[in-house]
Ligand binder design. Sequence first.
Ligand code: HMG
Ligand code: MG
Length: 302
Amino acid sequence: MNLPSSVTIKEVGPRDGLQNEKHFIPTEDKIEWINMLSESGLKYIEITSFVNPKWIPQLADAIQVAKSIHRENDITYAALVPNERGLQGALEANVDEVAVFMSASESHNLKNINKSIVATFPVLKPVIQEAIVAGKTVRGYVSTVFGCPYEGEVSTDAVLSVSEQLFALGIQELSLGDTIGVANPRQVEKALTEILKHFPQEKIAMHFHDTRGTALANTLVALNLGITKFDSSLGGLGGCPYAPGASGNLATDDLHYMLENMGVETGINRDQLINAALFIEKKLGKLLPSHTMQIERSQNCH
Ligand code: HMG
Ligand code: MG
């Protein structure tokens, strides 16, 4: 295996993890959780979304959360931004990184952001430009890279087309999303090998959901192809409300276990990570689905 010496884990729990949760988590609990994540050694945290609160009520407190968390200088605090209205909020709250998002498949793009793919670029163009002028870095997400809940298979050409246009608009990093967790390792190898002919590996991050238990296997394939940035959510929380059946993200704690035990450094302290997971598990009032958390619970029983 061709493994890197270190990997950046990008924690998306406060955004992707919480966005689908029906029961509103009080703002002060979100803030406390993010502060705990900051203390764990994570260097990147996606803290919220500046989207329409009618669509994602859980994150209606984006401004308060982003303004109130304790910031560490060496951590990037990012937020999802769909349009100029969202950018205003993100700039007012002074996030470090703006993450724009769209899909490689028409139907998911439409369900998720209420626009066709072609109509999305003119909306994102000023967002990306203005964010850069304001001194922010900009990340672009492409969803449904390995399959769409409405259309099934998605071609790598469709992924490349959307990704090329996002890079042309100025994004500095591309996160490739397996939104509904359908990808398998062979598919990841094939698609990523093609994608890496077009973009440098250091500009690519992988965003796996673990709906069918393939996220760690897919991660290993991507690692082997030179990818060193992975999005994950603590405890395996998560899912896209506009992708039926999309369950949790790859769990940060499981990813951390696999990487550290293979000798790939993450810089994250396991105990602090688990403490943060136990904290949000209690606030959610339900068990987190990651393997690591199941072991934690069974060990605590003895
Ligand atoms: P729209 O309804 O088409 O927007 O929404 P509009 O521009 O026509 O405006 C309609 C209303 O929304 C207006 O309010 C606007 O002010 C308001 P009204 O006059 O009706 O009271 N509005 C906003 N309010 C607050 N913040 C804003 C904002 N923009 C408009 N930024 C929009 C378009 C994209 C905003 C909407 O479709 C939306 O919010 N969608 C949310 C989608 C979302 O958050 N999905 C989940 C995240 S993506 C994901 O999970 C995938 C990912 O994890 C990767 C992967 O797994 O693949 C990233
Ligand atoms: Mg996601």
